[in-house]
Design a protein around this ligand. Structure first.
Ligand SMILES: NC(=O)c1ccc[n+]([C@@H]2O[C@H](COP(=O)([O-])OP(=O)(O)OC[C@H]3O[C@@H](n4cnc5c(N)ncnc54)[C@H](OP(=O)(O)O)[C@@H]3O)[C@@H](O)[C@H]2O)c1
Length: 288
């Protein structure tokens, strides 16, 4: 059985990936380990070269799934050096010590959002610090000796996973409390359930595929429409959701507007079908 090291294990996607891989041999690494998680976990700050070297030397992984990143898009814009440290140097530290199977999760923010949904062959042009640092990370992976897969995804969502900022939790909690919310109606993506993406990552590990891939849910829609679908599925009052445009939010970092990722290449190579959003939401609702 392969030995799998996961970085950023206690984030949104890492939480789902640990569940999906629970019968496998994994070392779940995180900058901080939640108190209730002790077995099979290790503290690892990827910006600390010594910690990275020692962790890889002692665990001897066959596969690294690299999820750890500074993901707060406006935070990256405000603290570009910190973003570079985590997203670029952190990735470099791992690659300096490892040449096995390396799966790097990247983002549609490497595109400018002028003509999505994007295929793997489309030209990148990040418009934010977050997007640029994730792209530099991709460059390092591509230049490395590792057996790499770069898997780009977008609008990754989960529900009730103890993670910091979940769009879905925010929508459901607000509407349950009869609070009105505003949601942008000019950012287009194909939202991707963490559990679905974790299943895809698990299949990537089982298949001899290499190179750059895109994966996202089946449906391309704007964020306001996504919030409305959440409301309908959870039988909540969708009239509490108001549309707003991105420009009026005055956020620090620019967002790609017409984005989204085309999953056809990975669908063919792995023999999978991207999951329809309503199906994901129904499954989440039935589990909640
Ligand atoms: N969320 C999306 O919509 C999306 C879309 C496309 C791609 N991705 C990519 O998917 C991956 C996972 O994202 P996510 O949604 O699960 O984000 P997340 O919940 O923010 O998880 C990222 C994890 O990385 C950890 N981390 C940050 N700095 C670290 C460091 N120096 N050393 C070790 N760990 C560190 C964070 O720990 P702390 O909590 O301690 O900071 C967090 O647990 C990321 O690479 C992201 O770029 C995400």
């Amino acid at each position: 059985m392969s030995r799998i090291l996961i970085t950023g294990s206690f984030g949104q996607l890492g939480t789902s990936l640990r569940n999906i891989l629970s019968d496998q041999s994994i070392l779940a690494a995180g900058r901080m380990i939640p108190v209730e998680e002790i077995d099979g976990c290790t503290e690892l700050d990827i910006t600390e070269p010594n910690q990275v070297r020692e962790t890889i030397a002692s665990y001897q992984p066959d596969v690294i799934v690299h999820l750890a990143a500074m993901t707060n898009v406006d935070g990256c814009e405000q603290h570009p050096e910190q973003a570079f440290d985590v997203n670029v140097r952190g990735t470099e530290n791992l690659l300096d010590n490892f040449s096995g199977r390396f799966i790097y999760i990247s983002t549609d923010y490497v595109f400018d959002g002028s003509k999505g949904p994007y295929g793997e062959e489309d030209e990148v042009n990040p418009i934010s610090v977050y997007g640029r640092t994730k792209l530099y990370g991709e460059d390092l992976v591509q230049q490395s000796d590792a057996n790499w897969v770069i898997l780009r995804s977008n609008v990754v969502f989960s529900f009730q996973e103890r993670t910091k900022a979940s769009f879905m939790d925010w929508v459901v909690d607000s509407l349950k409390n009869r609070q009105s919310i505003t949601v942008v109606d000019d950012q287009w993506n194909n939202p991707t359930w963490t559990v679905d993406l974790a299943r895809i990552i698990s299949r990537v590990m089982d298949h001899e595929i290499y190179g750059l891939y895109h994966y996202g849910g089946r449906d391309l829609l704007n964020r306001f429409a996504f919030a409305e679908m959440i409301a309908e599925t959870f039988k909540l009052d969708r009239t509490l959701i108001e549309p707003i445009d991105t420009a009026s939010l005055n956020q620090l970092a620019k967002r790609p507007l017409k984005s989204g990722l085309r999953p056809e290449k990975i669908e063919i190579d792995l023999g999978v079908e991207a999951l329809p959003l309503q199906k994901a939401l129904n499954e989440i609702y039935s589990l909640s």
